[in-house]
Write a protein that binds this ligand. Sequence first.
Ligand code: IMP
Ligand code: MG
Length: 179
Amino acid sequence: MHQDLEKILITEEEIKAAAKRMAEEIERDCSDEDEIVLVGLLKGSVQFMAELLKNIQKKCTIDFMCVSSYGKGTKTTGRVNIIKDLSEPIDDKCVIIVEDIIDSGRTLSFMKKYFSAKNAKSVRICTLLNKPSRREVEIDVDYVGFNVPDEFVVGYGLDYQEYYRNLPYIGVLKREIYE
Ligand code: IMP
Ligand code: MG
């Protein structure tokens, strides 16, 4: 285990099993005519996107967006800044948003409206982690890997000040690192 962690919350094996289960759920919910596009939100979703993608057998494409939400603790309108937009149109496609973690829900609430306005056929949300106790806006989450307690977690794509994304598991960061 990395020395900056208090404990490992979710192992690599558990994440792989969850990604397989979620891929099956996604395939079950899509018809054979559906054009599936997985849209990963950078940078946190990279590891999860790769694992999820390997388990999808149906024809699909992938794309990425990079957005930044207004800082935590500040008053937000729920708007986010788009740093990198989609590279292909999503008209009439079945969009699956792939995210690392849902906290307040503001980022995904914005993204869902954004994709609907771009004429997607459907927009669904697939997140590796979910912190339901932190929700500020109501949002339907279609596929959840794990519900986690209100602790700061890193690894498997998730960062603290851009570090720890490389860890192959999810762990709780020691308080002394960020306090
Ligand atoms: P929100 O749902 O709009 O509040 O934003 C969720 C985003 O906050 C995620 O995509 C992460 O980038 C970040 N985030 C929230 N909780 C954590 C955590 O425990 N560890 C690392 N990043 C987090
Ligand atoms: Mg993120």
